[in-house]
Design a protein around this ligand. Structure first.
Ligand code: CO8
Length: 264
């Protein structure tokens, strides 16, 4: 299930229910051109539609980069009117964030700059290797973040640090990113993928409705007032309480065994 710019592996490395998507343009440091976007949208749509897959991991090929940004060589020819009329980059949020209800993790193995940092921040959480470097260097190109960097980075790490990063274009190393709560944890490079897949496998072994609902609830915290979020949380809890997997999960706890999920 691979394409020109991606390697897509359902049940990756024997991890049931885990789809690994590897950005595969290592010579261009996995820069995100239109082809990557189209293929990534298709890969996410296939993942979302496959009932046997419940969690995805996105990473970069090679040792050097997760993704060094949107493809500058593609953008250099584009004029403002084309960016505007095509609503360039709008698909990323629509197709990759809003339509993907199943959880996914970014395993950042090197540079995550500009659109690369923004793609990582679209994930539900980020695990980083010691080599990871995050940044929004668009200002140095005469532009600014265009795929959510100014918004998601600010929500993740706060105004001061985000403002400084966007205004100076400096990179943040993995340890600073962990201290700033941008990433969950930092691992040696050779342990990153194994850890991300293992974490994804833990999620993929959960009751599917509950996994999707938990993601939806946490994301609601960024979109709603506290009151609205709390109401939504209770309503989803109440709906989950009617599921067969709730009955099975609680019975399995009492009977001291693992749950056998039906996904309904
Ligand atoms: N686009 C295209 N090609 C790239 C990119 C990129 N973003 N990044 C690296 N490459 C290519 C290089 O051109 C080079 O190719 P070649 O060998 O053919 O010259 C190859 O990858 C290797 O790169 P380097 O030789 O530069 O490797 P170094 O180790 O010396 O440096 C860096 C690595 C620091 C990552 C450096 O490549 C770099 O600074 N890259 C650009 C980072 C960047 O500025 N990213 C932001 C891009 S803009 C963006 O993502 C959002 C734009 C929003 C616009 C909004 C409009 C609406």
């Amino acid at each position: 299930m691979s394409s020109n710019t991606l390697i897509v592996e359902p049940n990756a490395q024997g991890n049931k229910g885990v789809t690994l998507i590897t950005l595969n343009r290592p010579k261009a440091l996995n820069a995100l051109n239109s082809e990557v976007l189209e293929e990534l949208i298709a890969a996410f749509a296939a993942f979302e539609a496959d009932p046997a897959q419940l969690c995805a991991v996105v990473t970069g090929s090679g040792e050097k980069a997760f993704a060094a940004g949107a493809d500058i060589k593609e953008m250099i020819e584009k004029q403002s009117a084309e960016f505007y009329l095509e609503d360039f980059f709008s698909n990323w949020t629509g197709e990759i964030v809003k339509k993907v209800r199943k959880p996914w993790i970014a395993a950042v193995n090197g540079f995550a700059l500009g659109g690369g940092c923004e793609l990582a921040m679209m994930a539900d959480f980020i695990i980083a290797s010691e080599h990871a470097r995050f940044g929004q260097p668009e200002i140095k190109l005469g532009v600014a973040p265009g795929m959510g960097g100014s918004q998601r980075l600010t929500r993740a790490i706060g105004k001061s640090k985000s403002m400084e990063m966007c205004l100076t274009g400096r990179m943040m190393d993995a340890n600073e990113a962990e201290r700033a709560n941008l990433v969950v944890r930092v691992l040696p490079q050779d342990e990153l993928l194994g850890d991300a897949l293992k974490t994804a496998a833990t999620i993929a072994a959960m009751p599917p409705m509950a996994a999707i609902a938990n993601k939806e609830m946490v994301n609601a915290a960024f979109e709603t007032t506290l009151d609205q979020g709390l109401i939504m949380e209770r309503r989803i809890f109440q709906i989950l309480a009617a599921s067969e997997d709730k009955q099975e999960g609680m019975a399995a706890f009492v009977e001291k065994r693992g749950g056998q999920w039906k996904g309904r």
